[in-house]
Design a protein around this ligand. Structure first.
Ligand code: GLU
Length: 492
């Protein structure tokens, strides 16, 4: 067989939907599995509904997911002349014909058929027009002349269903190839493009199942090789209905904004309908290595946000804190200042990364550090009875902070040398830890008794990263300021 070549052919009439992304991923990894090629084609002939923002979103989102076209991206809007040539060829060869039926007439025919309990199809009024009846001054469309006859059928083997699907040609209209405005229809343009690009395998949503026989008829009429077809089942929401905005985020870009990592989304999408044993975690390379259309499920897949969050936290955990800082800054969005790629930030990110399911959540958890000052909320201390001894503790804790060796905080983050940086960080944190333990034992106190008080004073929250990382990251001055402020807050 020729080298495998697949494609993804979105219409830029909306943002890249999670379902489209999965189809693109299936196509991409299928080609890559056998060392073949994957290409992207923008099907932008619906001029009214196509928008540049959608086109850019689709291209950017695919790139973000590392689904990259092996050839220049093709645009159908730039290929109108090609479609015209093929329409003329079909007309010349009698495989297509001009149709002058007005919308009103088509509507009338349709209604009569419905009234007679018949399937509303084109009646074929213009199918046998004589040359002198073809007056091209009138508006016309070009229709395909479907081969008729009781024995005429069109079929194909679907590689996912592993089943031969066949229709009787009489079930299929003499469908329109070129509209009144000269623009080709989807079925016509897609067939010519797939054939001329040498696509060997068409993997797409099963909402296109009814289009496939029409396209096969066109391949045959135009003398093109018929590719293989694989129709992927839909993605459903947890309620069993087709995944839509009602179920939450549906565009890839929304997931990016919400702080999902592309590795997590790719991993999630590939498992949504495809399996390889009981494995759950797959890198793109592993997917490419193991992917096979045979292991794609025939039934619809149910979207499960919890699982996506689980995978996302897996990938967040596995990342280096400096990389996470870059990723957090990359989300953009609200007017937050970018995080500095410094050791103090990294120390916090590293200790918080196991507790955040998304980058946005991670950024929120860093709020006590990134916000210049913090406001203590009354409700946070509800039910906690602080007394004189706590005030006394805060005073001595501040002294402890002031007494810490400034060298602990004078680190040199060498981003090129991650090991050295991690070592520096560990040394500083250990120094704070040793000093703090000494301080506690001198005061006859335990961490357990005082941890909440310290967390509240330094972060304004009951749950926080480990205390030593907080002290290290905030630095002596900010710690001291916050201890004073919290002292005043509870001393009423
Ligand atoms: N432009 C079509 C769509 O977005 C392409 C379908 C196909 O893959 O053939 O639905």
């Amino acid at each position: 067989m020729d080298d495998i070549k697949t494609r993804f052919a979105p219409s830029p009439t909306g943002y890249l939907h999670i379902g489209g992304a999965r189809t693109a991923l299936f196509s991409y990894v299928y080609a890559k599995h056998s060392g073949g090629k994957f290409v992207l084609r923008i099907e932008d002939t619906d001029f009214e509904r196509s928008e540049r923002v959608f086109e850019e979103d689709i291209i950017d989102s695919l790139k973000w997911l590392s689904i990259i076209s092996d050839e220049d991206i093709a645009y159908q809007s730039k290929r109108l002349d090609i479609y015209k040539t093929y329409a003329e060829k079909l007309l010349r060869e009698g495989r297509a014909y001009y149709c002058f039926c007005s919308k009103e007439l088509l509507e009338e025919d349709r209604n009569s058929l419905i009234a007679e309990n018949k399937k509303p199809m084109y009646t074929g009024r213009c199918r046998e027009l004589k040359p002198d009846e073809i007056l091209l001054k009138k508006p016309y469309v070009i229709r395909f002349r479907v081969k008729r006859g009781p024995a005429e059928t069109t079929g194909f083997k679907d590689l996912i269903r592993n089943q031969f699907i066949s229709v009787n040609n009489d079930e299929i209209d003499d469908f329109v190839l070129v509209r009144e405005d000269g623009i080709p229809t989807y079925n016509f343009a897609v067939t010519i493009d797939d054939a001329l690009t040498g696509i060997t395998h068409i993997i797409r949503g099963d909402d296109h199942l009814s289009n496939t026989p029409k396209q096969i008829m066109l391949y045959n009429a135009l003398g093109f090789n018929v590719p293989a077809f694989a129709h992927v089942s839909m993605i459903l929401g947890p309620d069993g209905k087709r995944l839509s905005k009602r179920h939450g985020a549906t565009s890839v870009n929304q997931y990016k904004q919400e702080g999902f990592l592309p590795e997590a989304l790719v991993n999630y999408l590939i498992r949504l309908g495809w399996s390889h044993g009981n494995d759950e975690i797959f890198s793109m390379d592993e997917i490419i290595k193991y992917f096979d259309l045979k292991n794609i499920s025939k039934s619809a897949a149910i979207f499960n946000t919890e699982k996506l969050l689980w995978l996302n936290s897996h990938y967040i955990k596995s990342k280096d804190p400096f990389e996470l800082i870059g990723l957090i800054n990359g989300i953009g969005g609200d007017s937050q200042k970018p995080l500095a790629a410094a050791l103090d930030t990294a120390a916090l990110v590293d200790s918080l990364k196991t507790r955040a399911k998304t980058l946005v959540e991670l950024r929120q958890k860093l709020g006590f550090f990134t916000n210049e000052s913090i406001e203590y909320k009354g409700e946070i201390i509800n039910g906690l009875n602080f007394d004189e001894s706590d005030l006394g503790f805060l005073k001595s804790f501040k002294e402890f902070i002031n007494g810490l060796d400034p060298k602990i905080f004078n680190y040199n983050a060498d981003l090129e040398n991650k090991e050295k940086t991690a070592e520096e960080l560990k040394k500083s944190i250990d120094a704070i830890k040793t000093g703090f333990n000494d301080f506690l034992s001198k005061n006859g106190q335990t961490m357990k008794e005082k941890a909440m008080l310290i967390r509240l004073a330094l972060t304004g929250e009951k749950i926080s990263p480990p205390i030593f990382e907080i002290i290290f990251s905030l630095g002596k001055e900010r710690c001291a300021e916050r201890i004073d402020k919290f002292y005043d807050f509870i001393n009423i």
